[in-house]
Write a protein that binds this ligand. Structure first.
Ligand SMILES: NC(=O)c1ccc[n+]([C@@H]2O[C@H](COP(=O)([O-])OP(=O)(O)OC[C@H]3O[C@@H](n4cnc5c(N)ncnc54)[C@H](O)[C@@H]3O)[C@@H](O)[C@H]2O)c1
Ligand SMILES: [Zn+2]
Length: 372
């Protein structure tokens, strides 16, 4: 086994049958990629899958460095953006790999934000019935969320992420240094999900984040590394307990029932994190209204999300009829039910009769939304 230059922090994520994969977190970890791939994902060939932004910023350097170290590696680039997380892009990428004669003994390196992670993961899951993938997340959303948990897939005209599968990576390599080139609005998107981790699982983390947001947005890399590590640890706990979202993993959907409805109600003009930020405010209020959530939780959550650009006035301005229309049609809802995750306190999700999420009937929801 080769020696790894940097000494990364290792978080283990459990998958079925007692197996697990490692998430390594350390500054400058990309410089150790050759050693890491030899150790965790030895393969005949490597296909780096990246969008044009990240491909240019990091993909070319990584490809050249791996080639210098004797790896057989190619870089496949798609156009950045959620609108390209499609079956068509999946087709292009798999066709290009076939033309280049990538075999079963190849490995995908999914380098980039959540779009590259989901697409690269889905290519790996399906190419020749499945080849390994190493996730190399470069956005905060991808570091703390998309790269952990093994979900891969593409968007289709009927909705986001509706075609895909679980394909856990061999390894996740997180180099927090790369957040320095991430646009500030993209940083906010990731931090909103980090705040969610604090709200549902760890009050101290929530309080620390509330204080650290200005430093995080100024890309203080030590603070970013700290937040990324704590979020990954929290997500790893949940995902390890419930790989396929049948139980506790549901708590990660806090803010997402309204969040997804708000994204749709605004014709996807709002980013996912922003919509989830509004969703967390509304779901906290709904929990308070139903007597399930401590009313004192609202102000700190509002203040913290306010620092990330989520204004409560903005939440109130969203058309309640459009939200209800989406909730009625939600394709992912189980048998048409509208289920919500509620917190009892900051740091604790309410669990009733073994369930982590709870049904709210249409009449109650309509009344709540109209009363805002
Ligand atoms: N699989 C999962 O469990 C899971 C979880 C959460 C989100 N997701 C998916 O993730 C996607 C959102 O991820 P995202 O917000 O990272 O979007 P993204 O991949 O589109 O990245 C956002 C933008 O930032 C750029 N970028 C990324 N890293 C950069 C860097 N270091 N420097 C400069 N620019 C950089 C990208 O090129 C892109 O333009 C969605 O498709 C969502 O469905 C998946
Ligand atoms: Zn989300």
């Amino acid at each position: 086994m080769k020696k790894i230059k940097a000494k990364p922090v290792v978080v283990s994520v459990g998958i079925e049958q007692g197996l697990s994969y490692d998430v390594l977190i350390e500054r400058n970890l990309f410089s150790s990629l050759s050693d890491l791939l030899s150790e965790y994902a030895p393969s005949h060939r490597y296909a780096i899958i990246s969008d044009n932004n990240v491909g240019e910023l990091y993909g070319l350097t990584i490809r050249d460095q791996l080639r210098r170290d004797g790896f057989n590696v190619d870089l496949f680039i798609f156009q950045q953006g959620e609108e390209n997380k499609t079956r068509e892009t999946w087709c292009d990428l798999t066709d290009q790999m076939l033309v280049e004669s990538f075999g079963r003994d190849s490995c995908v390196l999914a380098l980039g934000g959540g779009v590259a992670g989901d697409l690269g993961g889905f290519v790996a899951a399906t190419y020749m019935r499945g080849i390994p993938v190493v996730q190399i997340p470069t956005s905060l959303v991808a570091m703390i969320d998309a790269s952990i948990g093994g979900k891969t897939g593409v968007d289709v005209s009927a909705g986001k992420n509706l075609v895909g599968c679980f394909h856990p990576p061999n390894l996740v390599v997180v180099d927090p240094e790369v957040v320095c080139t991430l646009p500030v609005d993209e940083c906010k998107q990731g931090l909103i999900e980090a705040v969610k981790h604090g709200i549902i699982m760890d009050r101290t983390y929530f309080e620390d984040l509330s204080v650290a947001i200005p430093a995080l947005l100024a890309r203080d890399v030590d603070k970013i590394q700290d937040a990324v590590l704590r979020s990954i640890e929290l997500k790893a706990i949940v995902v390890s307990e419930d790989e396929h979202e049948r139980g506790k993993r549901e708590i990660l959907n806090f803010g997402h029932t309204f969040g997804h409805a708000i994204e749709a109600a605004q014709d996807y003009s709002l980013s996912h994190g922003t919509a989830v930020g509004h969703g967390m405010l509304l779901e906290t209020l709904l929990g308070i209204e139903l007597g399930l959530t401590n009313p004192e939780t609202f102000d700190p959550i509002k203040k913290c999300l306010g620092c990330l650009g989520i204004s409560f006035q903005g939440s109130l301005a969203i058309d309640p009829d459009k939200i209800m229309n989406y909730l009625r049609l939600d394709k992912k809802s189980k048998s048409g039910e509208r289920r919500f995750v509620f917190i009892s306190e900051i740091g604790s999700v309410l669990r009733r009769e073994g369930d982590w999420s709870h049904t709210v009937d249409e009449k109650t929801l309509t009344h709540f939304l109209k009363s805002l």
